[in-house]
Design a protein around this ligand. Structure first.
Ligand code: FAD
Length: 399
């Protein structure tokens, strides 16, 4: 879909293009092109964040008074497209797109002053401690305890599937502070310094070979009460607010469009495959239109509720479809790049380094095998797509 831009937005797009042309180094571009998961290589993504931060562009949606770019939804859309087209690595969403908006909304002045600048600069790198071994879809069943001891809580329990806990120095975490009549009551939203004694992080290696997820154990971990975000025992309100940003806070379409274009350039000329690619392109146009509408509503202050679930389902289903068609297009060639040929979103254990480069100048790694494996998880994380359908059924269809 092509946007009809106003002269001011055209000028903004040119400014973004000029910036990308001068600041995006060849190494950073390569890390963006060779992403094998939804995350770029950690060091590259942090290096790019530092460059964006110096320009004041690290947080497109944050208000200017807190160091954000304060862009309109159209400007954010333009930036997302240009970033993807230039091959720049995306930033990790856990700080800027998740913890940040929650702190902006629920934080005390002291919390805002302490955390927001550090999120922007990358000094604080965040992970999300929601899921537990017995609490995933049924998140309110969580058991990790936080017992009051003077000005601290003492935390005991475990979080699982915690993306980037191996590199994060802060975690936003749901803990049980009391037991209420309903499981959603008595949960608090705690900001935990990952260097606190008593925290142990163990790897969970994905079927792609990458180490991005972890299980985190808490053994008598002391966390100041001042690190509760929102009200004690009312963390569910903060958690739900934040989930909207996780599920629908950013657009899937710009990256998908770039990857689809790359796939179309290298796909063999087979009528059946061409028809499938055309079908994907039509669905992508629908997603793009929907995302623009929803992000515009967000920028006008509306909470998006079940629309976030719609974006999450469509975005992740199209991501998966794209990788399926990429495998079909690559055929037997896909084997050569699997499982460890790409630049991984996390370190690939026991893997010495990239072995292959491009076929006909095209980055197959970016569109094919490792991403196929990695994006199987898209319909699971951030709340499974079955759960998202339940949310839509209840909220929009009143079922
Ligand atoms: C790659 C990856 C990264 C992740 N990153 C994080 C992270 O950073 N932080 C974090 O806190 N968590 C993270 N998660 C955890 C993720 O949020 C959970 O895996 C997810 O919520 C599902 O929970 P579960 O794994 O316990 O599965 P379960 O809840 O046990 O579900 C199993 C199956 O049953 C279905 N199901 C369950 N209940 C219902 C229902 N009511 N109606 C219909 N179907 C149902 C589910 O859809 C699923 O297919 C990550 C997961 C993955 C795979």
């Amino acid at each position: 879909m092509s946007l009809k831009l106003s002269p001011a937005d055209e000028a903004f797009r040119q400014e973004v293009r000029d910036f990308l042309a001068t600041h995006l180094t060849a190494d950073l571009r390569l890390s963006g092109e060779r992403m094998t998961s939804v995350y770029a290589d950690h060091e590259a993504s942090m290096a790019w964040q530092a460059i964006l931060h110096a320009k004041g562009w690290a947080a497109p949606a944050w208000p200017v008074e807190h160091g954000g770019a304060g862009w309109s939804v159209v400007q954010r859309h333009i930036f997302a497209r240009e970033r993807a087209a230039a091959g720049a690595p995306p930033l990790s969403p856990m700080g800027i797109a998740m913890a940040g908006p929650a702190i902006l909304r629920f934080g005390t002045p002291a919390q805002k002053q302490f955390f927001l600048p550090r999120i922007l600069s990358g000094a604080h790198f965040w992970c999300q401690g929601y899921s537990e071994p017995q609490a995933g879809s049924d998140l309110a069943a969580l058991q990790m305890r936080a017992e009051r001891d003077g000005d601290d809580f003492i935390c005991n329990g475990s979080k699982i599937w915690t993306t980037h806990a191996n590199v994060a120095n802060w975690m936003f975490c749901l803990v049980r502070t009391t037991r209420g009549p309903k499981p959603q009551q008595g949960i608090s939203f705690l900001l935990i310094d990952m260097t606190t004694p008593g925290i142990e992080v163990l790897p969970i290696v994905m079927n792609s070979g990458e180490w991005i997820q972890n299980q985190v154990f808490f053994d008598d971990v002391r966390v100041p009460v001042a690190n509760v975000l929102g009200d004690i025992d009312d963390g569910w309100t903060v958690a739900k607010y934040l989930l909207q940003f996780e599920r629908g806070g950013s657009a899937y379409a710009p990256d998908l469009q770039i990857r689809l274009d790359a796939l179309k350039r290298v796909a063999p000329d087979m009528p059946e495959l061409a028809a499938k690619l055309a079908d994907l392109e039509i669905r992508l146009e629908v997603l793009d239109a929907l995302e623009s509408e929803i992000l515009s509503a967000v920028s006008n202050g509306r909470e998006i509720g079940a629309d976030a679930s719609m974006m999450k389902i469509l975005g992740t289903e199209l991501q998966q479809r794209l990788t399926e068609l990429a495998l079909e297009a690559a055929g037997p060639l896909a084997r050569a790049w699997q499982p460890a040929a790409g630049r991984a979103g996390g370190p690939v254990l026991d893997y010495p380094g990239p072995i292959g480069d491009h076929i006909s100048g095209e980055p197959w790694q970016a569109i094919a095998p490792l991403r196929y494996l990695n994006e199987r998880a898209g319909s699971i994380y951030a709340g499974t797509n079955e759960i998202q359908r339940d949310i839509i059924a209840k909220a929009d269809l009143r079922l």
